[in-house]
Design a protein around this ligand. Sequence first.
Ligand code: COA
Ligand code: MG
Length: 293
Amino acid sequence: MSLRPRRSVLYMPGSNARVLEKAKTLAADAIIMDLEDAVAPDAKDQARDLVCAALKTGGYGTREIIIRINALSTPWGERDLSAAIAAGPDAILVPKVDEASEIDTLSQIMTRQGAAPGMKLWVMMETPLAILNAGAIAAAAQHSGSRLSCFIMGTNDLIKDTRAIMTPDRLAALHWLSTCQTAARAYGIDIIDGVYNDFKDEDGFRAQCEQGRTLGMDGKTLIHPGQIASCNEVFSPAAEEVDLARKIIKAFDDPANAGQGVLTVDGRMVELLHADMARRTVAIADAIAALQS
Ligand code: COA
Ligand code: MG
């Protein structure tokens, strides 16, 4: 499991030069320059050129840069993939993946076309078949030569394809989210929650961030800069959580407790598994602090 903070992952249309520039000033942990759904068919070629030029110019600091390409089955997919590989983002995000064999194929193409060894493959989990195949798709992260390192939930497409209804409690989506989250954890990849379309509804957005955190997501995909601050807050360990984690680690590291499997910290039972959780909490808090400094 990676310790790279991926709390806030902001989409932007690759055809919009102004937002590509604006991203350099925003506190998002990662940005997705989109060539797919946010770009009209007539603007696909222009968007590809703009995004590649933006990467060449740089200036994005520690933010992770991801290019979302069109599916290989579309008229633009192959050109997008080749251009994205040459532009050298941290990851290439591929939409509408249905099955595990696509992970092998995409990883092989990236390697064959000279992608740097560290360039990752992220995939959208956004079709009914992807949900049914989530375990096998995540397992492909462990195939030899695989570049898969992250799932992004595509809840808008899932709503469209299943004809379910998106409600504030996301009742219909819970199964998709938890299935993919469990698959991601089983095979050690990250997973980022879907978007909240009503970007002016701050309370509703925050509640959905908290639900995503409760479900074990690493972060949330965003569509507007106004969503970044509260998302970063919700997906960062709270100060009290980090304090308690440090106490738990200290208790287990105390020579007086050597060989103990269970201890009492702040009146609560803690086991060795809680010490493991505490170490991750402290590590991710340190990684967030390092990003901010
Ligand atoms: N990334 C970076 N900057 C963004 C942004 C984004 N996704 N969305 C808006 N901004 C910038 C605007 O450029 C503007 O900055 P400026 O005043 O310096 O020009 C500022 O934030 C405020 O924007 P605002 O006027 O409130 O939004 P808008 O009405 O121009 O655009 C959307 C609204 C929804 C069209 C726009 O936010 C957007 O395109 N979001 C991303 C959509 C997307 O990528 N979807 C695909 C995945 S679901
Ligand atoms: Mg989609």
